[in-house]
Design a protein around this ligand. Structure first.
Ligand code: SME
Length: 158
């Protein structure tokens, strides 16, 4: 069994590799949907998360953007669910057990933990990255740090 420190080191190594891949994939000449689609594919295939996708701000709602995983709800109002809250507070949110999070929007009964990262472009929150896992407590501060870095890499080309 890997101890906690080794697990964290392994995860960091995986994110370092993923970061290089995302950096290579993101192109400022490419369409934003294409960049976002490849971003979700790279994250999902690297870690095997249950669902990886974007919700993009459109007036007072978040609207489903490019994603990898099962079908998901298409519209989330500002402040609602984990995504809507992350959008309105412009802060990343880690939820260890989604069933205990007040107002959590369940797109699939198979999801047990979640992380949401706001996408900040020119000091404005233009949407969020949402990742769901079947495992409880799947995400920690290492995921938050690296996913924020990955999102900055994406928003720099949007
Ligand atoms: N659980 C999210 C909704 C989106 S799905 O998980 C894909 C939320 O509470 O905002």
């Amino acid at each position: 069994m890997m101890d906690i420190l080794t697990k964290k080191q392994e995860k960091t190594k995986q994110y370092e590799t993923l970061f290089m891949q995302i950096k290579a994939l993101m192109s400022s000449n490419e369409n934003r949907i294409s960049n976002m689609a490849n971003f979700t594919a790279a994250v999902k295939s690297s870690f095997g998360f249950f669902w990886v996708g974007f919700y993009l701000a459109e007036s007072n709602d978040l609207v489903l953007g490019p994603f990898q995983g099962p079908v998901a709800c298409m519209r989330i109002a500002k402040g609602k669910g984990v995504c809507g809250l992350s959008w309105s507070n412009e802060k990343s949110i880690i939820v260890g057990n989604v069933h205990e999070f007040p107002g959590h929007i369940a797109c699939s009964p198979e999801s047990n933990s979640e992380i949401v990262i706001p996408l900040i472009k020119d000091r404005q929150c233009i949407g969020v990255l949402d990742i769901d896992s079947k495992e409880f407590d799947c995400f920690d501060e290492i995921d938050q740090l690296w996913l924020e870095r990955l999102c900055s890499c994406l928003t720099s080309v949007l």
